[in-house]
Structure formats: C-alpha cells, structure tokens
Design a protein around this ligand. Structure first.
Ligand code: F6P
Length: 376
C-alpha cells in the first residue's frame, strides 16, 4: 500500500473570488483520488512561522460548501516578505528558515501555494532553499501572471466592474455627465480593457497606452456633437498623469498604494471640456463576493491539476490555462514573463473597432458620413 502522503495548501497575496473553490478541489482530488491528507496552512507563510505551525486538517465535508464563497477560508496576507520580515525590534529579518522548519514539523511531503507572481516568486525561493516540494496555482484579479491566459479571480473582477459600468450608463445619461470609473489591476490594464469593452465604455485608459487629455476631450466633444451627451471613462489605477507622474496615496499604515487617478482625470476633464464629471472608485469590491461560474470552473480545474502534478512528482511547476486546457509549466517561466495588455492585441483592436478611445488618438468614426450619404 502506498504510504500516506500529507500535503499542505496555502493562499498568499491579496484575496480574490475563487480561492475557496480551488482549496475545495484540492481537498477532493487529494483525499478522494489519492487518499492523501490535506493540511490547510493559515495566513500564507505566516502559518508556517508559528510554533506549532498554524494548520488544520481539511476534509471534503469541511470545504464542500465553499465553492461559492468569496475570500479564502485559510486567510492570507500581502505584507511581510519572509526574506525581509518585520521583527519585534523594528528591524527586518530573514524568516525563510522558520517556514522551512514549519513545513518539516507538519510532516508535509509537498505543498500547494495559490498566489500572484510576487507571492509565487517568494514561495519558489523558499522551496528551492529548503528542498521543499512545491506546486503553484495562479490567482490574481490583475491577470498579469505570465503564460497562463487566466488567473483565478480575474473573471469575477471583470463581472463586478462591468456591472458597475452598466449601472453608471443610466445615471450618466440622465445628467449628461462624464463618469469616470477607476478599476484595480496594479500595473496591467486587463480589468479596464475587458470591463470597458463589455460595459460599453467610451474611453479606456490603461498604463500600457499613453494618452493626452486633449485627445480625450476631443473624443468626448465629438461624441457630444453626434448626439451622445454623456461619456463613460474607465481608467486603470496605475495610469499616470498626462506628464507621466504616478498617482498614489499613502494609507494610514504609511504604505504607498495606487489610488487617485480617477479624481485627477475628473478635475482635468472638467477643466478642459467644461463637462460635469463624477468619479466612482470600485476598489476592493472587485475582489469580493461570489466567484463567477468561470472562476469556479478555473479554480476547480487548477486545484485538480495541481494535485495531479504532485502525484506525478512534477514539482516547481505551476498550472496554467492555455487554449481550454490546463498545462503545467515551470514556475520560473511563468513569473519571469509579466503579462501586460498588448497594445496591438485583439482586445485593444476590438475596442478601437467599436469606437472606444484609448486617449492616444481620436477614434476615426465615419458613421455620420454614411448616414448623410444614405439620406442624400
Ligand atoms: O493585486 C491585487 C490588488 O487588488 C491590486 O489590483 C491592487 O492594486 C492591490 O491588490 C490592492 O492591495 P491591498 O489589498 O493591499 O489594498
């Protein structure tokens, strides 16, 4: 009889919808198919720093209802890099060996880490240092992990942002206002592009495509001349000012984070167009709530495949979604290729094709000529 395998699972970095669905799939596959034991590690790697390590046995009955639950039942953190961890005396210390010792204390044969590119790079470094068997699952609403076409959480975030834009059309039209919607995404504009197209935005601004206020103002004016008196502008949080200055704010803990580009644009567009402007910052609503069916599906497929990678001994690999298939790739390949929006890619072309302005040029819309010709 095969010796019992014990695997750990943890979630690391910012939470997103679909994490629990992935945990559930891992538990089902590992216990049901292979007869292994699964330990859920609390609060990312911090659970492995605790003595005794903070972990609990996960069984199907405990996780089955979690398919639709937002957040992560294991807790997570996007602070406290273990290699520069805040110590009680105020200095930064290397706690990586504590994590390796915690893994050994739990008697793990392997562990699965669910994270974005930053977390996965840290987990991989620790695993290599300690000779730990590690398999990765990509998650992030930003969808910026390399190689995989999708990461867990992105689709739900796009759904939430799209629904918000849908709602804003009516109030914008009623008041003839320019509505600016600031979405998350860190340095990538994926949420802005997808939700902007799906929500019928007029202007989408992303960090990957430089803009001028003049182009945006002209696009709004042209639209007004053609009879549409309101406009929806979707802006990704990492978009800079027209003069390329980052727009950031400092949170109460003194940490610098994105935030404020919507307000900046609101003031500038009010000034240059004379339009009444309003800002909606979607913030963490994009991370919360019930995962979309697509995220549940992706999370389930990733969870099953990650356990299979362990069964096959293919460690240091990450599961990816490529052309409707889950494929394991070396983690290094995935995290070394940052996945930004391609300015010449299909989605940007699609957006331009329906007259959406990216602020780099004024959309070429000849529909008015066609109408005039057909009337003549
Ligand atoms: O990486 C996910 C993300 O939601 C980004 O889109 C956003 O910039 C950041 O995390 C927010 O982090 P926090 O939860 O620390 O405010």
């Amino acid at each position: 009889m095969e010796t019992l395998k014990r695997i750990g699972i943890l979630t690391s970095g910012g939470d997103c919808a679909g994490l629990n669905a992935a945990i559930r799939a891992v538990v089902h596959r590992a216990t049901g198919t292979y007869g292994w034991q699964v330990l859920g590690i609390r609060q990312a790697t911090q659970g492995l720093m605790c003595r005794p390590p903070a972990a609990q046995i996960l069984e199907p009955a405990l996780v089955d209802h979690l398919l639709t639950a937002g957040g992560t039942m294991l807790g997570t953190t996007n602070k406290g890099n273990p290699f520069a961890f805040p110590m009680p005396d105020g200095t930064l210390g290397d706690r990586s060996q504590d994590i390796i010792d915690g893994y050994r204390e739990l008697g793990l044969d392997a562990f699965i880490g669910i994270g974005g590119d930053g977390s996965l790079a840290i987990l991989q470094r620790i695993a290599r240092q300690g000779g730990l068997n590690f398999v990765a699952i990509p998650k992030t609403i930003d969808n910026d992990v390399g190689i995989t076409e999708r990461s867990i959480g992105f689709d739900t975030a796009v759904n939430i942002a799209t629904e918000a834009i849908d709602r804003l059309h009516f109030t914008a039209a009623s008041h003839n206002r320019v509505m600016i919607v600031e979405v998350m995404g860190r340095d990538a504009g994926h949420i802005a592009v997808s939700a902007g197209i799906a929500g019928g935005a007029d202007i989408i601004l992303i960090p990957e495509i430089p803009y001028t206020l003049d182009n945006i103002a002209q696009a709004i004016r042209l639209q007004q001349e053609r009879g549409k008196k309101y406009a929806i502008v979707v802006v990704a949080e990492a978009v800079r000012t027209e003069t390329n200055q980052p727009v950031v704010c400092t949170d109460p803990a003194g940490q610098c984070r994105f935030g404020g580009i919507g307000q900046y644009l609101s003031e500038q567009l009010c000034r240059v167009t004379g339009a009444e402007t309003r800002v909606t910052v979607l913030g963490h609503t994009q991370r919360g709530g019930t995962p979309s069916p697509l995220d549940r599906l992706l999370a389930t497929a990733f969870g099953v495949a990650a356990v299979d990678l362990i069964a096959e001994g293919r460690f240091d690999h990450m599961v990816t979604w490529q052309q409707r298939q889950v494929i394991g790739v070396p983690i290094s390949e995935a995290i070394s290729r940052y996945c930004a929006v391609e300015p010449d890619g299909t989605l940007v072309k699609t957006a331009r094709g329906v007259g959406i302005c990216f602020g780099d040029e004024i959309p070429d819309d000849r529909s008015a000529e066609v109408v005039a010709e057909s009337v003549a």
